[in-house]
Design a protein around this ligand. Sequence first.
Ligand code: HAS
Length: 572
Amino acid sequence: MTVVEEPVGGSDPTRVDRNFDTGYELSQDEKRFIGQHMIVAIAALTIGSLMGPLQSFQFGGLDLYPYLEPIIQSYYQGLTLHGVLNALVWTTFFITGFTTLTTVKGLRRPLAYPKLNKFGFWLMVVGLVTTAVPILTDSASVLYTFYPPLKASWAFYAGLTLVVVGSWIEGYGFFLTLAAWRKENRGVRSPFISLGPIINAAMWQIATLGVAVSILTMLLPWSLGLIDNTDPELARTYFWFTGHPLVYFWLLPAYTSWYGMLPKQVGGKLFSDSMARLAFWMFLIVSVPVGFHHQFVDPGVPETWKYIHAILTYSVFFPSMITAFTVIASLEYGARRNGGTGLVGWIRKLPWTDPSVAAQLLAAILFMFGGIGGLTNASYNLNLVIHNTAWVPGHFHLTVATAVTLSFMGITYWLVPHIMGKQLFSPTTALVQAWTWFVGMIIFSNAMHVLGLLGAPRRSPLGDAAYAPEEWNGHLLRVSIGGAILLVSVLLYVYVMVRTAISKKVEPALVPEVPIAESIRHPQLTPVWLDRFKPWLIAAALLLVIAYGPQFVDQIFNMNLNSPGPDFVPWK
Ligand code: HAS
């Protein structure tokens, strides 16, 4: 690969390079604030991840739940804790903390209204505690999708609402900071490293309207006894309006790092600033209007709308293919600069001994398989085979639990030392952690995919299922083995983080930098339409109205508030 580099400043050498300067030092207050996000995120990941092996051991016949009463009373309480803490809390707190960092560091200015962001953060914390109490007391074992007619305590819904509103408020803080920067830097392209996560925050504002309406108009009043019944189909439609873009809300911070940080870490540059932005704008448009691909088997949604969402789902494949091409090209560029040669031989020249790099590369490699699985799910006829089977958790452990989580772990390997003024404790242990996650997840996830194809249902304690045929046994055992390796990996991660946190501060020169990659072509040469919110927001709104409008009108006007919810608690 031969790359012609544009001189910094693009074709105009007098142009000031304000995009790549990473000279802005985070203040102590900013570091503390980002650190507070990380503490909540990592604590949630730790507790949530400990629930995972309990499930996987149960699959292999080792049922530890009876020993954990009264802390964990059932498989479903453990699964709810696992899903809520890992999929919702670890991600949301990490993402808002990381976006704070990329906003101030990339824009080289403090938050415009730091008190607003702090208010948003503390609201999220209050929401988290409010949600945690009913889950821990087993009055909200409704899993992370909280579909009615399963009914949780009102505190569960109220707490989730506060978390979402808190994340909106943090988002307003980011938008206002970008607006202030743009006023001070007219005509300058916003640095990708800040723009990308802020596009993600904008997408999140649109996406979460679904659960906000669902909770406020239906689930909260229902759990408070203000209305007697609920409409499960409408609630599912609202949920998946939020639920699918939620997966890209998780993914885009990892993509930010793959595009805008990893190239620097491997000694290279971002291959195309324009492509990076284009991918993020495409996600803003197509992430939301695809939710019916989670409802292919729902009787209340007409086939035409399922078909339209299936087509749109295939369009969400494109920004990920742009990402695969651009990120691999950026990595190759860096590896060749380090002496790499050959068609694939350059891969050896990537800094595999750096745990932050290795974690993110391994995460991206497994994402290729998670992506292929996603396309299988999106196909209407194949979805009928895998829906509600163990295949689906197999898919999302490659995506959110690896592409996203392992990348976030890799990011914390420089981020936590950076904000604490320390060095990473035992990079070798961190490297072992990344590889054990990779290996554990391959074993676990492959077994779950196969079990799904053999008809094993998801969300079921398969270890003592009387209906389990013998052919499942070997795969159930592989789930347990994978889970055990992942348990070791998460313990290593927590160990490295805690030892880093309690280690002594080191000289500033030894503290890892925030890695922000330059782009090969100067960002000023990126077309201006790739730096503007307006056209993309209009396109997103139009597509939403087309893809969801008629169905919302139909389902809301024909609302069937006929489901009282069971008068027993099904998981007990
Ligand atoms: Fe999915 C179900 C379709 C991506 C998460 N998905 C789920 C659920 C979750 C989830 C949590 O159409 C379960 C929800 C539940 O509880 O019911 N998914 C897709 C499609 C994609 C996709 C088409 N999913 C994700 C991502 C997730 C995620 C990302 C989390 C972060 N998914 C579905 C469907 C269902 C579903 C149906 C419903 C199933 C059912 O019936 O219940 C696509 O976005 C995937 C595109 C991705 C690619 C991969 C590109 C590869 C890249 C890596 C490049 C490699 C590099 C490394 C850079 C095409 C970018 C190079 C390394 C070197 C060493 C050189």
